[in-house]
Design a protein around this ligand. Structure first.
Ligand code: PLP
Length: 437
């Protein structure tokens, strides 16, 4: 009977669900029926450690009882209300988000997710400055809508009619340095020089915004070297450019901080958030505005908004999620696990397995970059990554695979025992991959 439900889920998915980012024919996605904390399971009771946090969004873990209860309670009270109303729960949610942002960033604009939050941040920057261009990095992901996808470096090869005014630069990435750097200091200095030259060549008076992921996630989890973001801030200040930090993936605990920017001595003008703010229990995202940019719109209309902006179910889930994360020390747990258990464990794997070119990250935000040859750093073939995924799933671990990397990104509530269990599976699979070299 339960086996039948797994089969039925697979059949209905095959017949009626058109999946994102995929060729449809060969798809056979994992059936997931339930979850709790770091684990999910199918109808037959096969359980998996979710070391993907789905799309790196379930920071608080699956089915946190307090967040589930808050959504249920809100649904029973007021299941929907338009954005042009004052609602206590929405106000409480905005207050909690602003409280985690740097001082002087008091207002929150709500959207339905991360991509539309970036769209609106870019629009705010353009209206605030009266300029057009947006500088972002080649290795980045900002979402799959108009301006967000063209600011996304990795996807700029797609044809897109919205490409007006988007300029790309190389960000710091020491392992594959574009600047022939051999130390983090060199990489930082040269990446800043390169950015400065591009801004100068584009004409600083035409640049509305520099848009960066605080820690680029999907493109490879490259923690910026100390001083890089502060250097970008200084350059932006010199030319009146708006600095937008995209914290959609890095924010709300993932790096062991409320916002990843907290570890980088930088105050942006706009912070873009989504994912971890409520772990995706209800779709939501948004922009935290500096008071200066918010004031731009005191006497003029901000032409942006969506029917479901600031939806009460999303707001209730944000309030409960932030409160639970604070009271249960979930952000601290992410930091400690990263420093004491996950980081050292992955470093050990990197020592042992020639297929790992580099293990890098922070908190519960790590990447294992797999290479066919450590000397040349040539990435492994896509088929190797396909095998890695299948072997990990067969050992009960859901991985997040991107290009030639395994991203090790469990929920922030992960325990040391769960990390040990997953590391044993990675170890076994990496041994198989070593043999293919
Ligand atoms: N920005 C970053 C840094 C992301 O990682 C993502 C999604 O992975 C987005 C924006 C887009 O968010 P969404 O998929 O909610 O539109």
């Amino acid at each position: 009977m339960t086996e039948d439900r797994d089969a039925l889920a697979a059949q209905l998915d095959k017949e009626h669900v058109f999946h994102s980012w995929s060729a449809q024919a060969a798809l056979a996605p994992l059936v997931v029926a339930g979850g709790l904390g770091t684990r999910v399971w199918d109808h037959s009771g096969r359980t998996y450690l979710d070391f993907s946090s789905q799309l790196v969004n379930v920071n608080i873990g699956h089915q946190h009882p307090r967040v589930v209860a808050a959504i249920q309670e809100q649904a029973a009270t007021l299941a929907t209300i338009g954005p042009a109303t004052a609602n206590l729960t929405r106000g409480e949610a905005a207050k909690r988000i602003a409280a985690r942002a740097p001082a002087g960033m008091d207002k929150v604009f709500f959207t339905n997710g991360g991509a539309d939050a970036n769209e609106n941040a870019i629009r705010m920057a353009r209206l605030h400055t009266g300029r057009d261009k947006v500088v972002s990095t080649y290795r980045s992901y900002h979402g799959n809508t108009g301006a967000a996808i063209v600011s996304t470096g990795d996807w700029r090869r797609l044809p897109n009619e919205y490409a007006r005014g988007h300029v790309h630069v190389f960000g710091p990435y020491l392992y594959r340095s574009e600047f022939w750097a051999t130390t983090p200091e060199e990489e930082c200095e040269r990446a800043l020089q390169h950015l400065r030259r591009v801004v100068e060549c584009e004409g600083p008076q035409s640049v509305a915004a520099i848009l960066l992921e605080t820690v680029p996630g999907t493109a490879g989890i490259m923690v910026p070297p100390p001083g890089y973001l502060a250097g970008v801030r200084a350059l932006a200040d010199e030319h009146g450019i708006v600095l937008i930090l995209d914290e959609v993936m890095a924010g709300f605990g993932r790096t062991g901080e409320w916002f990843a920017l907290d570890a980088h001595d930088v105050v942006p003008d706009l912070i873009v958030f989504a994912k971890g703010v409520n772990s995706g229990y209800v779709p939501v995202g948004g922009v935290v505005l500096s008071n200066a940019i918010a004031a731009t719109f005191d006497d003029r209309v901000f032409p942006g908004g969506l029917t479901y902006s600031g939806h009460p179910l999303a707001a209730a889930s944000i309030v409960a999620s932030i409160d639970a994360m604070a009271e249960e020390g979930i952000v601290d747990n992410a930091r400690k696990i990263g420093t004491d258990v996950l980081g050292p464990g992955l470093a050990e794997l990197a020592e042992k397995h020639p297929v790992i070119g580099e293990a890098r990250g922070v908190g519960v935000f790590w990447a294992l970059e797999l290479v066919a040859d450590r000397a040349t750093r040539a990435p492994v073939a896509p088929a190797v990554m396909g095998r890695a995924k299948a072997e990990l799933v067969s050992r009960g671990v859901i991985p997040f695979i991107a290009d030639n990397r395994i991203h090790v990104v469990p929920p922030c509530v992960v325990t040391a025992d769960e990390v040990a269990e997953a590391l044993a599976a990675y170890d076994a699979v990496l041994t198989l991959l070593d043999e293919e070299l």
